[in-house]
Design a protein around this ligand. Structure first.
Ligand code: HEM
Length: 408
């Protein structure tokens, strides 16, 4: 594929704001997506490990982790859509070709995702009181984890096929005979996939520190359980961090020739330093973990480290497509559209901020109240009323502008 052919595959309408904006938003939202995916996988694995245990601490943890996993799947899906939008805007020649080459799997992705989510609910419906009774049968939860991993593997493959324009013709017409079925995934790198999956352990360790701090805030009386959770969190961070490091190293040494430059670039050292700093943070904080926001801070620091990892991953893609294929994602023709750009940020910051702020505050405060029914105070109630008003206003503006453009 010559650079001219790749540029010809671009959307001739251009992009509605500077491509750097899409690149940065892509990195930020990918970091959030992968954090949610890692919490989802880690809490699912802890559910599997704990639900069948004879130990009450494990069973109690499994019950809490199953609740987390159910929510994390939906958060991972919602936060997966965002990087999907950005990647297809500035890398459309690559993303769509990769998708068309494996179209069968792109549709299969949705089926596997629905199956994985349903299987998790099947496990939940069959096991209502994990703390008291433990679980009956591993099957549903194991099927759920396997299908969710398959979903991740498909995205991994699509993301990587993008980076090999030199192989597309061979994949589309092996030996000169066209295969339009889209039934094959053509490229994967197991150490790279394993690296992102293994990071689930330290990220879930950081999540457990926050869970523990939350329990302390709610007046948890079982000190032995709190100590046990802390020891488990630390083990997950150290052992999981080491596994991720190993897989990350393997990824670097198995990089194909067009990407080998990346292994010695500063990006790798930056990502490594960020991850190591997060693993060391709980040790540095010591007893402060139980006070203020420090216990939550480890997960916050983990999210920042994932942004650094996401930036490095983006540097690999941008640098490879520019260096080896002459495609510069940042020279996309800009057709500035202020309305859609402003609408995006207002939706994100104002509508999203107020609505999510309300939901999270209610969930948080309800969980922190041990006795009696929870009733939100006047400020929280006002926030809830504003979130409804803003959603109505947003809907009116959205359809109003559409109608105005249509009737004009
Ligand atoms: C629920 C199970 C899921 C898992 C385990 C998962 C896992 C992953 C992993 C491991 C990556 C990084 C791949 C790599 O760089 O090699 C990734 C990237 C990504 N995922 Fe997910 N994912 C899941 C669901 C979703 C969903 C439902 C969506 C979309 C709605 C989505 C959209 C994306 C996008 C857009 C990227 C980045 C693409 C890019 O930058 O090229 N994922 N995911």
């Amino acid at each position: 594929m010559t650079p001219e052919m790749l540029y010809a595959l671009r959307d001739q309408a251009g992009v509605p704001a500077h491509p750097a904006l899409f690149l940065i938003l892509g990195v930020l939202t990918f970091a959030l997506h992968i954090a949610a995916v890692q919490v989802m996988l880690g809490t699912s694995a802890l559910t599997l490990r704990g639900a069948f245990s004879a130990e009450t601490h494990w069973r109690r943890l499994a019950a809490a982790m199953l609740t987390t996993a159910k929510v994390a799947v939906s958060v991972a899906i919602v936060l997966g859509v965002a990087p999907l939008l950005f990647v297809q805007v500035i890398y459309d020649p690559f993303w769509y070709t990769s998708n068309v080459l494996s179209a069968w799997w792109v549709i299969g992705f949705i089926v596997a995702l629905i199956g994985g989510y349903l299987a998790m609910y099947m496990f939940y419906w069959r096991n209502h009181d994990l703390v008291r009774d433990g679980a009956r049968g591993t099957a549903w939860m194991a099927v759920s984890v396997a299908l969710l991993l398959l979903v991740g593997f498909i995205v991994h493959s699509l993301t990587n096929q993008m980076l090999f324009p030199q192989d597309w013709m061979q994949w589309y017409a092996p030996g000169g005979a066209i295969d339009p079925s889209g039934r094959s995934l053509h490229y994967w790198n197991l150490p790279r996939f394993g690296f992102f999956i293994a990071l689930s352990a330290p990220v879930t360790g950081a999540w457990l520190y926050a869970y523990r701090r939350y329990l302390i805030g709610a007046g948890e009386a079982d000190a032995a359980y709190l100590d046990w959770v802390r020891a488990l969190a630390q083990r997950l961070m150290v052992a999981g961090g080491a596994a991720a490091l190993l897989l990350g190293t393997l990824w670097m040494v198995t990089l194909p020739a067009t990407m080998a430059w990346f292994a010695t670039s500063p990006w790798v050292w930056l990502a490594l330093a960020a991850l190591l700093a997060v693993v060391a943070l709980p040790l540095a904080l010591g007893p402060r973990l139980d006070r203020g926001f420090w216990g939550y801070g480890i997960f916050g620091a983990g999210a920042l480290a994932l942004i650094v990892v996401g930036a490095a991953r983006e540097a690999l893609r941008y640098g490879t497509l520019l260096g080896a294929h002459g495609y510069n994602a940042l020279d996309y023709r800009v057709q500035m559209d202020w309305y859609s750009t402003v609408l995006f940020f207002v939706t994100f910051a104002v509508v999203g901020g107020v609505t999510l702020g309300y939901l999270l505050t209610v969930a948080w405060q309800a969980g922190q109240q041990r006795e009696g029914a929870y009733t939100p105070g006047p400020r929280v109630t006002a926030l809830g009323q504003w979130s409804v008003r803003l959603l109505v206003l947003w809907t009116l503006a959205y359809f109003g502008v559409g109608l105005w453009v249509w009737l004009r």
